[in-house]
Design a protein around this ligand. Structure first.
Ligand code: AN0
Ligand code: CP
Length: 320
């Protein structure tokens, strides 16, 4: 695997899931595979889970790890070609990428949507430059539009906790005070469409996700209706994807607190498990009672980030 961005990069999902459970049963099974190989993890944005779980995954495989926080201690990077660099940015991405690549074998990059231009974000301008100019395998650690390591961990979690063969999975929008990217819901939709689940998306009008990720998924604007009979409830806020009104891209269109996931909504589900990628704002996205309930999977879900990252790095090491 040279790039890890989409569900299709993993090939057969059942094979990938089997690999995940094999690694979960013995996470050091491939501890010789990464000997003398180096993973470089580059963060343009904050992280707790991705940073720690990916480092742990690399260590499981016997790799060395270097982590760079671009905005803390490194030179500020210009990302646009053709700019006269007379501002605060001391170095261009076009030099920085090959230099960073020269010190490692595999590169992971986190670079969130900037909300300056929908075209740049959905064109994956930053990550594509890493793919193009590094000459190294690149895996996405949440880009402008996708967060595949999260969705793979989510799928592993659903596989572990499902209580019937084809569970109903509902992804619901929930309120948040700040504009958040669409990467998590985009990828989750993409992965659920590829998995053997009955998938429903619910959100207020105006929050329609990009059709390339929604695919054939059912969209239900009535949250209570969507929740009926759900086996898994996956909550997430996202800002306006700008599908119907491009001028609203990245805006907070609603802070409707009736969408906060609480006992009222969970009561109409099939005793659903609650999921969220974290970090989560309590009593905005989900009530204390729901996130603390025995049906909440937020901690095992986060723990599975180590497993998804180990599978991905293993596949990349095997293709070096
Ligand atoms: C980010 C997001 O919503 O994309 C990261 C989630 C994994 N969340 C925040 O910035 C709070
Ligand atoms: N879920 C997730 O990616 O968390 P971090 O932003 O803390 O890495």
């Amino acid at each position: 695997m040279k790039v890890f961005k989409s569900v299709t990069d993993l090939g057969d999902l059942n094979v990938a899931l089997r690999e995940a459970f094999e690694i979960k049963a013995d996470r050091f099974k491939y501890s010789e595979l990464g000997r003398n190989k180096t993973a470089l993890l580059i963060f343009f944005n904050n992280s707790l889970r991705t940073r720690l779980s990916t480092q742990k995954a690399a260590m499981n495989l016997g790799m060395n790890v270097i982590v760079l926080d671009v905005n803390q201690g490194a030179w500020k990077l210009e990302t646009e070609r053709g700019v006269i660099m007379d501002g605060d940015k001391s170095e261009h991405l076009l030099e920085a990428i090959p230099v960073m690549a020269s010190y490692c074998d595999i590169i992971g990059v986190r670079s969130f949507a900037r909300f300056e231009s929908r075209e740049d974000d959905y064109g994956e301008k930053i990550l594509n430059q890493f793919i193009q100019y590094s000459g190294k395998p690149v895996f996405f650690m949440e880009s402008a539009t996708v967060h595949p390591l999260q969705s793979f961990a989510d799928l592993i979690t659903i596989e572990e906790y499902k209580e019937r063969p084809r569970p109903k999975v509902v992804m619901t929008w929930a309120p948040h005070p700040k504009a958040l990217p669409q990467a998590v819901p985009n990828s989750f939709a993409e992965w659920m469409n590829a998995a053997d689940v009955d998938f429903v998306i619910t959100h207020p009008e105006g929050y329609e996700l990009d059709p390339q990720f929604v695919g054939d998924a059912r969209v239900e604007y009535d949250q209570m209706k969507a929740f009926e009979g759900a086996d898994f409830v996956y909550a997430k806020n996202w800002s306006c994807p700008g599908v119907t009104r491009p001028e609203d891209y990245g805006k907070v269109l609603s802070q409707d607190m009736s969408w906060t996931v609480g006992e009222r909504q969970m009561a109409v589900t099939n005793n659903a498990h609650f999921m969220h990628c974290l970090p989560v704002r309590r009593n905005m996205i989900v009530t204390d009672d729901v996130i603390e309930s025995p049906r909440s999977l937020v901690i095992p879900e986060a723990a599975n980030r180590e497993i998804s990252a180990t599978v991905v790095l293993k596949r990349m090491l095997e293709a070096l």
